[in-house]
Write a new protein. Structure first.
Length: 52
């Protein structure tokens, strides 16, 4: 999931440690999984467009 990797990198640029950035990414993933279980919907990966 490239968007999660970018989120972790941006957290590190904000001054978080690598472990703290990892926890932020994992928290977001847990929220997505919980939402999927609650709504019984499948996860659809967002389409990213390349910016030139």
């Amino acid at each position: 999931m490239p968007e999660r990797q970018q989120n972790g990198e941006s957290k590190q640029k904000q001054g978080k440690t690598k472990h703290q950035a990892y926890v932020c990414v994992m928290r977001k993933l847990v929220n997505v999984v919980f939402w999927m279980m609650k709504t019984k919907q499948a996860y659809v990966m967002p389409v990213q467009t390349e910016v030139s």
